[in-house]
Design a protein around this ligand. Structure first.
Ligand code: AVI
Length: 322
């Protein structure tokens, strides 16, 4: 590897790639998987038969819709705020029920992507025109801060998809704390947590036969090639998944199948890989009640309700401030 001399970077992506690939063992941050191609690959993952998470959460929302909306509602209406709204397929189950019950609420989906929000707004206009939608473009935390001024009536914050699982416990506590700070006493947080289960099922979910997850993982390298002038040969890296049933942590890696040098033009560096050297790319944490309760406690929250699917693969919890 050449001398590590670069100290100014033109983007956070550039800086994080530099740090991750010049550290031992090498790593890249999973948030950078999600460019346009990465978003599309994640959509494809959600449609895979092996990726049980989406269906399990859909079934929980479908089977417990009226129970959940009953807990959400409040005499003078409420604001339903969703972090990372996506296509809203699962949320629409709740929205339809709230409309059918003539419950007063506003729906405020937050997403980093304006495109996603406009598409969601459009589909809601067609499918459930009664819903009052106010899209909020921005990062979760900045928008949440703005929304904490929004304290005239009850807030219910939705975070679906077990997105928290991509964070280490310390970062997950930080994330929950930020939400807790934006909440007042009657507010609620409704969040999905993928559960510990047969390790075989977890490994299959992150290592599908068709290779979609491998392409999703390798999109990190594809992005470095297209945005930072890298010359990664994607064929020389294998996607590898592990699951530790003790900690509940699924880990994704890219493994270099040969000794090689990769150059990244905008960083002005060559990265050396030994044969079988790894890049750690993502964690997908699996939980049980004890861990969820501990995370909540650490963040100043408490669990008030939980809902599980038939197979007990996935749970949605409701939290309030302690
Ligand atoms: C977005 N996130 C919750 C997914 C997960 O299950 O960790 C991302 C993903 N990675 C591989 N497959 C799906």
């Amino acid at each position: 590897m050449k001398e590590n001399i670069k100290t100014t970077f033109s983007s956070a992506f550039e800086e994080d790639v530099h740090i991750g690939l010049t550290t031992y063992p090498k790593y890249l941050l999973s948030k950078y998987i999600y460019d346009k191609k990465g978003d599309k690959l994640f959509q494809d993952i959600m449609n895979l038969p092996e990726y049980y998470l989406t269906n399990c959460e859909f079934n929980i929302l479908k089977d417990h819709t009226s129970e959940i909306t009953e807990i959400f509602k409040s005499d003078n209406g409420f604001d339903l705020i969703e972090l990372g709204a996506g296509d809203g397929k699962k949320t629409k189950l709740l929205l339809k029920e709230l409309v059918a019950q003539k419950i007063h609420f506003n729906y405020l989906p937050i997403d980093i992507s304006e495109n996603v929000l406009l598409e969601l707004e459009d589909s809601l206009k067609k499918e459930i025109p009664e819903v009052q939608v106010k899209i909020q473009q921005g990062t979760y935390f900045k928008t949440l801060e703005k929304l904490s001024d929004y304290n005239t009536r009850k807030k219910v914050i939705l975070v679906l998809g077990s997105n928290i699982g991509n964070l280490l416990h310390t970062d997950a506590i930080d994330f929950l704390k930020h939400i807790q700070i934006a909440m007042s006493d009657e507010d609620m947080l409704f969040m999905g947590f993928d559960q510990k289960k047969d390790p075989e099922i977890i490994l299959e979910a992150y290592n599908d036969k068709t290779g979609v997850t491998a392409a999703f993982n390798k999109n990190l390298l594809a992005r470095i090639n297209s945005e930072l002038g890298g010359n990664f040969n994607l064929e020389t890296f294998s996607h590898w998944e592990t699951y530790d049933p003790e900690s509940g942590t699924a880990k994704s890696f890219l493994v270099s199948r040969e000794e090689q040098n990769v150059s990244i033009e905008s960083l002005g560096i060559d990265i050396h890989f030994d044969a079988w050297e790894t890049i750690h790319t993502e964690i997908s944490q699996k939980y049980d009640d004890a861990v969820v309760e501990w995370l909540a406690e650490e963040a100043g929250l408490k669990v008030t309700h939980s809902f599980v699917d038939e197979k007990k693969y996935y749970k949605n919890y409701i939290f309030k401030k302690q």
